[in-house]
Ligand binder design. Structure first.
Ligand SMILES: NC(=O)C1=CN([C@@H]2O[C@H](COP(=O)(O)OP(=O)(O)OC[C@H]3O[C@@H](n4cnc5c(N)ncnc54)[C@H](O)[C@@H]3O)[C@@H](O)[C@H]2O)C=CC1
Ligand SMILES: NCCC[C@@H](N)C(=O)NCCCC[C@H](N)C(=O)O
Length: 259
């Protein structure tokens, strides 16, 4: 898994506010509304314990602090434990945490220890970015392009299929593309014969994955992918509505899904 860097998370509050205003422009809803529409839940200041984890590549600077800011932004009562790992988990429960947030290099989870519900960041991220794309007010058709059909992209594509969109998809991993075609009915995008889209969802760890040939004027690009899927030059040229943020939107999806 491509890991976050402390630099990705600088001033997460500003990044989240900027993303929220684009979501509102694109969908007419803010991120909280989208989460509520997706899961039918709303926070009531649930206590969230954020536990730093030292395994693997270790603690990522700004990660726990960013989760603290993000949980507060979405109306949760949260704290970061002083201790990491097992001692941190113990500390979180001792201090009344109802929901545990913690991540190693492979899994980022939210676990509601009151109702037993648990969420994984990858599918939750795919689902909410796809949901935002699906709610584009100026979409000119039910055609959507999905670039990247991995642990985030595939659940996002499934969400779009479930909502009745005609989903075109591309992934250089033939096995994953074949799985999306057979399991979801995704239409493989022919890079040699591209078409234009007003709605695009991208979930890859690569920059500049969106070919100019698929961009239409004022299209929406909803992408959790890091680095960004489109250059600033192309974004400006087509006035692309870019929904992109490194951690908060996916974390909100996790938290609302375990309430
Ligand atoms: N912003 C956020 O909150 C979050 C961001 N992410 C980011 O999302 C990205 C995807 O994560 P995962 O799905 O877990 O990775 P993954 O490795 O499971 O899937 C990525 C897929 O993108 C495909 N790909 C690579 N280049 C491509 C291209 N040019 N066109 C189409 N597909 C291409 C790969 O073949 C792979 O199947 C990563 O950058 C990850 O860091 C992940 C979780 C949350
Ligand atoms: N963008 C949300 C997905 C994050 C994921 N790509 C990642 O970097 N995971 C590693 C997190 C490691 C956190 C670390 N163990 C800590 O607790 O500081």
């Amino acid at each position: 898994m491509a890991l976050l860097t402390p630099n990705d998370l600088i001033n997460i509050n500003r990044q989240l506010q900027e993303a929220d205003s684009v979501v509102q422009k694109v969908t007419g809803l803010d991120i909280k509304d989208v989460c509520q529409a997706l899961y039918g839940t709303s926070p009531l200041s649930e206590k969230v314990g954020i536990v730093p984890v030292t395994s693997g590549n270790g603690i990522i600077g700004n990660f726990s602090a960013s989760l603290h800011a993000i949980t507060q932004y979405f109306g949760f009562d949260s704290f970061v434990t002083d201790m990491p790992d097992v001692s941190g988990y113990y500390e979180a429960v001792q201090n009344g945490a109802e929901i545990i947030l913690m991540a190693d290099d492979h899994t980022f989870l939210a676990h509601n220890i009151k109702n037993g519900k648990m969420a994984n960041n990858q599918p939750c991220t795919g689902v909410i970015y796809a949901e935002i794309a699906s709610r584009y007010l100026k979409a000119d058709s039910k055609d959507v392009l999905v670039m990247g059909l991995g642990k985030v992209g595939f659940p996002g594509a499934a969400q779009l299929v479930q909502k009745g969109f005609r989903v075109y998809g591309y992934d250089p991993d033939a096995r994953l593309l074949k799985r999306a075609v057979s399991d979801l009915g995704v239409i493989p995008l022919d890079p040699a014969n591209p078409k234009k889209f007003s709605t695009i969802f991208e979930a890859t760890p690569c920059a500049n994955t969106i070919p100019e040939a698929v961009l239409s004027e004022n299209c929406v690009l909803s992408t959790p992918g890091i680095p960004c899927a489109i250059s600033e030059e192309l974004r400006k040229k087509y006035d692309v509505q870019l929904v992109a943020e490194p951690l908060g939107i996916g974390t909100a999806s996790m938290l609302y899904s375990v309430l």
